[in-house]
Design a protein around this ligand. Structure first.
Ligand SMILES: CC(C)(COP(=O)(O)OP(=O)(O)OC[C@H]1O[C@@H](n2cnc3c(N)ncnc32)[C@H](O)[C@@H]1OP(=O)(O)O)[C@@H](O)C(=O)NCCC(=O)NCCS
Length: 188
């Protein structure tokens, strides 16, 4: 059941997700800049001219999203020292559905961060935000993202042709969904 005020923090003991705060601009800006080579082929918003102002807009929009219940963006942090690992969240919240997205800093890739954060965010979606369907998509060929989806238990629904434009190239994407917390695979 959705709660009146969704929880703004959760952890599995290794990573913590917490609501993006207005004071997180510089942390996010630095993380994006440091990870630009990995982000720019995948994310339409990521390009070498990404600015601190872009990070300000992102953070302000994240704050408004929480306020209006149309997006729930989280910072992903290491529980031991609180360092920034990446972002994961729900966007395009509409009624009982939402989209889940994520990225991890290049320095922290390949050690299970996104899989752990995605489990936490999906559980938040069902248990705190009252969702009944969470979708996820990735560009065909993004093997890391595909593995994250599969490991968390997302069910493949099909190919979305000519779905996503990234810096002038239009990509097919693979669409997945989860329809309940019970479908989430792995550590609680
Ligand atoms: C894709 C991405 C999110 C993966 O994050 P991550 O924290 O490194 O993922 P995890 O460590 O949780 O790994 C999950 C699985 O994916 C695999 N994996 C991760 N990156 C991979 C890569 N580049 N190639 C092949 N497999 C990869 C891991 O080996 C693991 O699978 P395994 O347990 O079977 O070995 C990260 O590389 C990233 O942020 N990329 C740029 C942005 C992006 O693609 N975002 C997703 C848009 S849909």
């Amino acid at each position: 059941m959705p709660t009146d005020k969704p929880a703004e923090i959760a952890t599995d003991g290794t990573v913590r997700i917490r609501r993006i705060d207005l004071t997180d601009v510089d942390t996010i800006f630095a993380g994006v800049c440091d990870s630009m080579a990995a982000l720019s082929p995948i994310m339409p918003w990521a390009s070498p001219d990404y600015s601190r102002e872009d990070a300000c807009w992102f953070v302000a929009n994240a704050w408004l999203g929480w306020r209006d219940g149309r997006a729930y963006g989280f910072l992903v942090e290491d529980v031991t020292d609180g360092r920034f690992l990446g972002l994961c969240g729900l966007n395009e919240v509409s009624g009982h559905t939402a989209n889940l997205g994520y990225w991890v800093t290049t320095a922290e890739a390949g050690r299970g961060v996104t899989t752990a954060a995605t489990r936490l965010v999906a559980r938040f979606g069902f248990e705190q935000a009252g969702l009944k369907r969470i979708r996820l998509f990735h560009i065909v060929g993004n093997v890391g993202s595909r593995r994250v989806a599969e490991k968390v238990g997302f069910v493949y629904e099909g190919l979305c042709r000519q779905h996503l434009a990234v810096h002038g190239t239009i990509h097919d994407t693979r669409l997945y969904s989860l329809t309940s917390a019970a479908e989430i695979k792995g550590k609680r």
